[in-house]
Design a protein around this ligand. Structure first.
Ligand SMILES: [Zn+2]
Length: 98
């Protein structure tokens, strides 16, 4: 019964995949394509750095912005959340154009 074995091992693989996904789900991915500290698009200022703060991934366009965040992570996280909210409430492009 090779088929049964294959199904069993597939199930095991799937299980392993799920538990790994659970670990990653604890970190919320960065939802913006720019740096909230400088407003620059990520990747245009050099190497993008990131940090996970309270389960939220924060990306920075450069090390300077990361330093700014490290000085006051709480305010930085708030800044990021405000930016995400603003992005969500601004709606899609259809409402913007005339
Ligand atoms: Zn920067």
């Amino acid at each position: 019964m090779k088929t049964l074995l294959a199904i069993l091992s597939l199930g095991l693989l799937a299980f392993a995949g799920i538990s790994r996904a659970d670990d990653q789900a604890a970190v919320k991915p960065y939802a913006l394509d720019y740096c909230v500290f400088s407003g620059d698009k990520l990747g245009t200022m050099g190497k993008v750095t990131k940090e996970v703060y309270k389960g939220q991934e924060i990306k920075f366009c450069c090390n300077q912005c990361k330093k700014q965040f490290d000085k006051n992570p709480e305010a930085g996280l708030q800044k990021y959340e405000d930016a995400v909210k603003a992005k969500a409430s601004s709606g899609d492009d259809k409402s913007m154009g005339k």
